[in-house]
Design a protein. Structure first.
Length: 120
């Protein structure tokens, strides 16, 4: 699939509680040629809403431009940018996650491809 060749980041943002703020943010991401995956609302107050937004870009440079566009969006503050795939790999310590002492399963599609190459 085409999204498999994209760079993915989860961006945590705080938007002011004002009509149109999220719409402008999503439009600015689309105008940069990036795609939006999931949007998860984490907290909501009378003044602001914190969300995790999954963003897909072509490469690292493209992602940097998209995140900078998000930073300058009126009413939006970027709180954190995460590489969730990298975090999974760092937590696993190896390309395989342990299910039991004798069974290991690949933690993601990249590791599955690596494992298949070893046996092919």
């Amino acid at each position: 699939m085409a999204w498999e060749r994209k760079l993915m980041r989860t961006v945590r943002v705080r938007n002011v509680q004002k009509s149109g703020t999220l719409a402008r943010l999503l439009a600015s991401i689309a105008d940069m040629g990036a795609s939006v995956g999931s949007i998860e609302m984490l907290t909501e107050t009378a003044q602001s809403i914190v969300r995790d937004i999954t963003v897909y870009a072509d490469d690292e440079e493209h992602m940097d431009h998209v995140i900078e566009t998000m930073r300058v969006n009126e009413g939006t503050r970027v709180l954190e940018v995460r590489d969730d795939v990298l975090q999974v790999h760092q937590k696993a310590r190896s390309p395989f996650a342990r299910v039991s002492p004798s069974i290991r399963l690949p933690c993601c599609a990249v590791c599955i491809r690596r494992a298949w190459r070893k046996f092919a």
